[in-house]
Design a protein. Structure first.
Length: 276
């Protein structure tokens, strides 16, 4: 791969960039987030905007050929960048950035949030990093090279039986029949919800959750996390049984588990429960 493009051995430098940006733009604002609503009803803070500006500039210094698609760009900018990437499979690809995943947590003082950065090229996620700012935990992965937590190899632990599993469930974005079934007759032992999609994926990879379901995620929410889970040995699909990653800006649902066998059992249960 040409030297001007990102490489697996760039993960340490990229992780250092995320930590540097978080120290400058997230941590100093944690006590007073100053949140405001965007037109789409989601929150944005000065930390989100500062992180995106900082990382866009620093990434351009190191990898000038690769443009950045950030969550805090306009829909028109995002669509233009995605169209250019999709139309140039041999091109440099895109950085895909959520500068502060879990902004609602950040504004409420819940300590589960951080940046998520992926490099997407030729229709595949090739590098992914997620930083849990308050725990200072860095998850990363390179396609075909495995996943890491704090620089050490990360592998999903052995899967429990589904009846003993802990699930991460985002009820708000699920259809009513499935949400009702999960609430009244869950097939797992208990459930949680972190409020950060990027960290959800990473916590499955680390075995802190065994199962996962979410009804609608943006590309910047899931791109890094789904690579980290896959490289750690986990498995995922959409509610419709497709690959979660799609080289587009369309929202995607997600089912995941710490191993493929558990995912099959989980997907079978969800398919039946979603029928009402």
């Amino acid at each position: 791969m040409p030297r001007h493009l990102p490489r697996p051995d760039d993960l340490d430098a990229l992780g250092a960039l995320l930590r540097e940006a978080a120290r400058e733009h997230i941590l100093p604002r944690a006590a007073e987030p100053r949140a405001r609503l965007k037109d789409d009803g989601s929150w944005v803070t000065d930390a989100d905007l500062g992180m995106q500006r900082h990382l866009q500039a620093r990434l351009a210094e190191g990898w000038p050929a690769v443009p950045l698609l950030g969550e805090e760009m306009s829909p028109e900018q995002q669509s233009s960048l995605m169209a250019a990437e999709a139309g140039a499979p041999d091109g440099p690809g895109l950085w895909v950035l959520d500068p502060l995943d879990g902004t609602s947590n950040f504004t409420a003082g819940l300590p589960a949030f951080g940046p998520s950065l992926a490099w997407v090229q030729a229709g595949r996620v090739r590098l992914g990093l997620v930083l849990d700012v308050m725990r200072d935990e860095l998850f990363d992965a390179a396609l075909g090279h495995g996943a890491r937590l704090q620089g050490q190899a990360l592998r999903c632990p052995p899967a429990p039986r589904m009846q003993r599993a802990i699930a991460c469930v985002d009820f708000k974005r699920l259809g009513a029949p499935l949400a009702a079934s999960l609430a009244t007759r869950p097939p797992y032992a208990s459930q949680r919800s972190l409020g950060s999609v990027a960290l959800d994926w990473c916590w499955v990879a680390a075995g802190r959750f065994h199962l996962y379901v979410h009804g609608a995620q943006g590309l910047w929410d899931y791109a890094a996390g789904c690579l980290i889970l896959a490289e750690a040995g986990g498995a995922s699909q959409t509610l419709q049984g497709e690959a979660v990653f799609e080289n587009s800006l369309r929202k995607r649902s997600a089912l995941a588990a710490v191993d493929p066998s558990l995912l099959r059992d989980w997907a079978d249960w969800v398919a039946g429960a979603g029928q009402g």
